[in-house]
Design a protein around this ligand. Structure first.
Ligand SMILES: [Zn+2]
Length: 254
């Protein structure tokens, strides 16, 4: 495998330096140890993960009560603090601070999330993995399994890297809590803030329907607004998340 080093992010360069050429090679515990940080998994009250720095060494604690994907992302997040923010001391990071969906805004926590996202889902491995695959939640679930990350983290990465217009949206019963669009998506399109009553996502949010829906072709106006939307169609697929919000991937049909 060959990569253009000048195009790698700093987190990717770190992985590449450790000889990572496959998702199974990404051993965050080993990387932490090699950088002087000991990793402990234990129940944590009041925060999701923390970093205690002592000179050139550190202890990273990760909440053992959280699921695997979250623990992994939390470790990547604390590693980011240790490697990128080393001079600024210790960190106590809440659940809201850590997550792939908050990697956009500019702050120390957002920067750590951006770096963590590249550690668990490095673009140089994900892009060849995606190749000609569809942008769906089914494919996100496969990506999540192969890279040992949460479905949400995988879906964000998949949509960001999509070469055709795609959206990822997270809705509660009353509003759009966050969304991500592909780089190829026209800025003339906007995600609608409320769920349309004819969508599977609506029935998941308001009814007892759980699990993942099948990918479905439907009018684009159920999901997006903007010029000429009434003439377009989308494919959508939704899943109800454990916190009762609904995650949906929407792709424009050409
Ligand atoms: Zn943090």
């Amino acid at each position: 495998m060959s990569v253009d080093l000048s195009r790698l992010s700093s987190a990717e360069r770190l992985l590449w330096g450790y000889g990572v050429t496959d998702s199974s090679h990404i051993d965050l515990d080993a990387i932490a140890n090699d950088n002087g940080a000991e990793v402990k998994y234990r129940p944590l009250g009041g925060c999701e993960a923390r970093l205690v720095a002592r000179g050139e060494s550190a202890i990273i604690s990760v909440n053992s009560a959280s699921n695997d994907g979250r623990q992994r992302f939390s470790l990547a997040h604390e590693l980011a603090h240790w490697i990128c923010d080393r001079k600024t001391g210790s960190f106590l990071c809440a659940k809201e601070d850590i997550g792939p969906q908050s990697a956009v805004a500019k702050s120390v926590e957002a920067n750590a999330n951006g770096y963590a996202s590249q550690l668990v889902l490095p673009t140089y491995l994900v892009v060849p993995w995606i190749k000609d695959r569809k942008i769906t939640l089914d494919v996100s679930a496969l990506l999540a399994k192969d890279f040992n990350v949460s479905l949400t983290a995988a879906a964000i990465k998949l949509v960001k890297q999509a070469t055709s217009p795609a959206f990822l949206a997270c809705h509660t019963q009353t509003r759009l809590t966050w969304h991500q669009r592909s780089a190829t998506c026209s800025s003339e399109f906007f995600m609608t803030s409320e769920l349309h009553q004819d969508t599977d996502a609506f029935h998941m949010a308001f009814g007892g329907v759980g699990g993942m829906s099948r990918s479905k072709r439907e009018p684009a106006s159920r999901w997006i607004s903007g010029r000429g939307v009434f003439r377009l169609e989308v494919n959508s697929q939704s899943i109800k998340l454990p916190d009762a919000s609904v995650l949906t991937i929407v792709t424009l049909v050409k």
